[in-house]
Design a binder for this molecule. Structure first.
Ligand SMILES: Nc1ncnc2c1ncn2[C@@H]1O[C@H](COP(=O)(O)OP(=O)(O)O)[C@@H](O)[C@H]1O
Ligand SMILES: [Mg+2]
Length: 268
């Protein structure tokens, strides 16, 4: 019985971190994190400012090289691979600063992100112009679909930097989706949003899961985290201090002491 359970666990983990750590000089930003994310779940990553959440994202997505430990993606080690390779493997992150190409239109942003995925170069565009025009139309259709699914298709001709905050976040997610990910890492997707924008964004994140995309989410809005995540991991000073169902983590003594505080914990 126990053996069967172990095999099932091994099959469903899409991302595993084994003893993952990062030092900046003498500062241990992330310290030997063990973590396993199941395919199709929305995992919340919480913890106080400076606890290592963004560093962990940068390690997983290849923007930083770990000091120690391993990153296993769909059963294969990807430790130390550069970001564009990690993206091609289906693991992509968004940034706290959302719009990638702030001076371009919303549509141009997603079209470029689609090209980053397909790897079409300008030279190829000159060589096969008829074929490329057909592909270009397909890409625009795909980009428009992505904008529709994020609820911002009516903003397609606006300059990205001029969008309201909530729509910039939606564009950040659309850009990430354009790369065809299996898993998406979202860094504070509702930071600075009003309650309506927050609940719309969280609904879109749930929609990603419904499409089969696994989500790892860093967010300080605890109500949003509690109502969206299947499971939560809490870190403090680069160490994992609790992991499990949202209600369990929010009642965890160390999580309350290090991060939530009594008042917040009781109100959740
Ligand atoms: N590029 C960097 N160089 C030096 N120290 C860094 C760098 N990035 C993060 N740190 C340090 O690592 C720790 C974790 O930071 P960070 O991952 O940004 O935390 P969080 O996202 O949880 O707020 C902090 O002490 C921070 O000062
Ligand atoms: Mg951060």
């Amino acid at each position: 019985m126990f053996g069967v359970w172990v095999i099932k666990e091994a099959l469903v983990a899409i991302l595993e971190l084994k003893g993952l750590g990062k030092n900046f000089g003498k500062n241990v930003a992330v310290n030997e994190i063990e973590m396993s994310v199941e395919e199709g779940e929305i995992r919340g990553l919480i913890g106080p400012n400076g606890s290592g959440k963004t560093t962990l994202f940068n390690l997983i997505s290849g923007f930083l090289k770990p000091t120690r430990g391993m990153i296993i993606w769909q059963g294969q080690e990807i430790t130390g691979l550069p970001p564009h390779v990690v993206t091609r493997l289906g693991l992509v992150r968004t940034f706290q600063l959302t719009a990638l190409f702030s001076e371009m239109t919303v549509m141009q942003n997603v079209v470029i992100s689609c090209h980053l995925h397909t790897g079409t170069t300008l030279w190829q565009q000159f060589r096969h112009s008829a074929e490329t025009r057909r592909k270009e139309r397909e890409t625009e259709e795909k980009a428009l679909n992505l904008l529709e699914s994020m609820g911002i298709a009516d903003r397609k001709d606006e300059i990205a930097a001029e969008l309201p905050h909530g729509h910039q976040a939606a564009l950040g997610i659309a850009n990430a989706l354009a790369t065809g990910p299996k898993m998406i890492l979202l860094d504070e997707p509702v930071g600075g949003m009003n309650p309506t924008e927050t609940s719309e964004t969280m609904d879109r994140i749930k929609m990603l899961r419904d499409r089969g995309i696994t989500v790892l989410l860093v967010e300080h809005d605890m109500r949003a985290v509690m109502t969206t995540c299947d499971k939560i991991t809490c870190i403090n000073f680069g160490n994992k201090i609790a992991e499990g169902a949202p209600q369990m983590v929010c009642n965890h003594r160390e999580v309350v002491e290090a991060y939530l505080g009594e008042e917040m914990a009781c109100s959740l």
